[in-house]
Write a protein that binds this ligand. Structure first.
Ligand code: DAH
Length: 344
C-alpha cells in the first residue's frame, strides 16, 4: 500500500509539473483527490490494514495529500499569473503611437472683443442690458428724436417688416427702453451689445448685419467732460496707454452736441501716414450729450437730468486692433482666420 501511495504521489506530481492549462490541472485534482480519485480509493482500503500499520499509512497518506494539494495550488497560481500576463500583453496599448490631432475650438474674435469692452465698462459701474432685434419704429427712431419723415432716417437704411416693425438699425433704442424702465427719477448707467441690420451692400467695410455697443449714462450733473474722460479711458485700455483721443463735432439726432471720437494713429502717432490717410487720426465711434427731447420722451426732466451716450462697432474696433482689412472675415467663418485669435 505504501508503494501504491508513493507511486500515486510521484505520478501526480509529474503530471502537475507538465500540465500547461487550468482546465487540465482541475482534471488532475479530481483524478487524484476527488471522491472517486485514486488517492481516495487507496485510502478506502485502509480498513484492511493491521492496527499497527493503519496510523503509519494514515500519516503517510495525509502527507501525500498535502504535498499534492500544495503542488496543485502552486501550479494553479503560476498558471493564473501566466494567463493574466498573456491577457495584459494582448490588450496592451502602444502609447508610443502618435495621437490623432483634434481641433480645439475657442470663442469667436467678435465675442472676445465684446466681452473685453463689457468688462471695461462693468469696471466703471455700467450694467449690461439687452433689447429686441425686431424693434418698433417708435423705439428705433421716434423715441430717439427721429420723427416719421425726418431726413436723418436716411442715414440708416432699414429692413422693415411691417409699417411699425423693423430689424433695428442700431442699438440706440435700448437707451430709450432702459430709461423708460428706470422711470425718470433714477440714474442710468448701461451698455448694450447686440446685432443690428442695415440695407447695405456687403463689401470690405460694410455688412447688412453687424454688431454695435451702445452706452448711456444719465444722472444729475453729467457733463461733456465726463464723456470725454470715459472715452479716453476706454480708448487707452483698448488700444494702449500711449494713444490719444480727439472729439470732432458731428451730428446725430439723439445727441446735442454730437461728436465723433478719433484715436491717434498707432503707426505714425499723429504725423500722418497711409493707414490714417495722412490725417494722423482714426475714427472710432459716435457720441454726444443726450438730446433733451430724448430724455423728456423717456420721462426724465431735462432741467434736472443730463446724460451722455455713445455707440461703437466692435467689428471696426477689432479690425483696427488686429489689422483686419475685411469685415466679411467675421461672418464667413474660415477656420484659418478664426483660429489665429484663439489665444489673442
Ligand atoms: N446709433 C448711432 C449709429 O448707429 C451711433 C451712435 C452715435 C450712438 C451717437 C449714440 C450716440 O448713442 O450718442 O450710427
Amino acid at each position: 500500500m505504501k508503494e501504491q501511495l508513493e507511486a500515486i504521489q510521484q505520478e501526480a506530481l509529474e503530471k502537475i509539473n507538465t500540465v500547461d492549462n487550468l482546465k487540465e490541472l482541475q482534471e488532475i485534482r479530481v483524478a487524484y483527490l476527488g471522491k472517486k480519485g485514486s488517492l481516495t480509493s487507496v485510502l478506502r482500503g485502509m480498513g484492511q490494514l493491521s492496527k499497527e500499520e493503519r496510523p503509519i499509512v494514515g500519516e503517510m497518506a495525509n502527507r501525500i495529500r498535502e504535498a499534492i494539494t500544495a503542488s496543485l495550488d502552486e501550479k494553479k497560481e503560476a498558471l493564473e499569473k501566466e494567463a493574466l500576463e498573456k491577457q495584459l500583453e494582448a490588450e496592451a496599448i502602444d502609447i508610443t503611437l502618435p495621437g490623432r490631432p483634434t481641433n480645439v475650438g475657442g470663442p469667436h474674435l467678435l465675442t472676445k472683443i465684446v466681452e473685453e469692452i463689457e468688462d471695461l465698462f462693468i469696471g466703471m459701474g455700467y450694467e449690461v442690458r439687452e433689447g429686441p432685434e425686431v424693434e418698433t419704429d417708435y423705439f428705433n427712431f421716434e423715441a430717439l428724436n427721429l420723427p416719421k419723415d425726418h431726413p436723418a432716417r436716411d442715414m440708416q437704411d432699414s429692413f422693415y417688416i411691417t409699417n411699425e416693425l423693423l430689424l433695428r438699425t442700431h442699438t440706440s433704442p435700448v437707451q430709450a427702453r432702459t430709461m423708460r424702465k428706470y422711470g425718470g427719477n433714477q440714474p442710468v448707467k448701461m451698455i448694450c451689445p447686440g446685432k443690428v441690420y442695415r440695407r447695405d451692400t456687403d463689401d470690405a467695410t460694410h455688412s447688412h448685419q453687424f454688431t454695435q455697443i451702445e452706452g448711456l449714462y444719465v444722472d444729475k450733473h453729467v457733463r461733456m467732460s465726463d464723456l470725454k474722460g470715459t472715452l479716453d479711458r476706454f480708448a487707452k485700455k483698448m488700444f494702449g496707454e500711449e494713444r490719444k483721443i480727439r472729439l470732432r463735432p458731428s451730428f446725430f439726432p439723439f445727441t446735442e452736441p454730437s461728436v465723433e471720437m478719433d484715436i491717434s494713429c498707432k503707426v505714425c502717432h499723429g504725423d500722418g501716414c497711409s493707414v490714417c490717410k495722412q490725417t494722423g487720426w482714426i475714427e472710432i465711434l459716435g457720441a454726444g450729450m443726450v438730446h433733451p427731447n430724448v430724455l423728456e420722451m423717456a420721462g426724465y426732466d431735462s432741467n434736472e437730468y443730463t446724460g451722455f451716450a455713445f455707440g461703437m462697432g466692435p467689428e471696426r474696433i477689432a479690425m483696427l486692433k488686429y489689422g483686419i482689412n475685411d469685415i466679411r472675415h467675421f461672418y464667413t467663418n474660415d477656420r484659418r482666420f478664426l483660429k489665429q485669435y484663439h489665444q489673442a
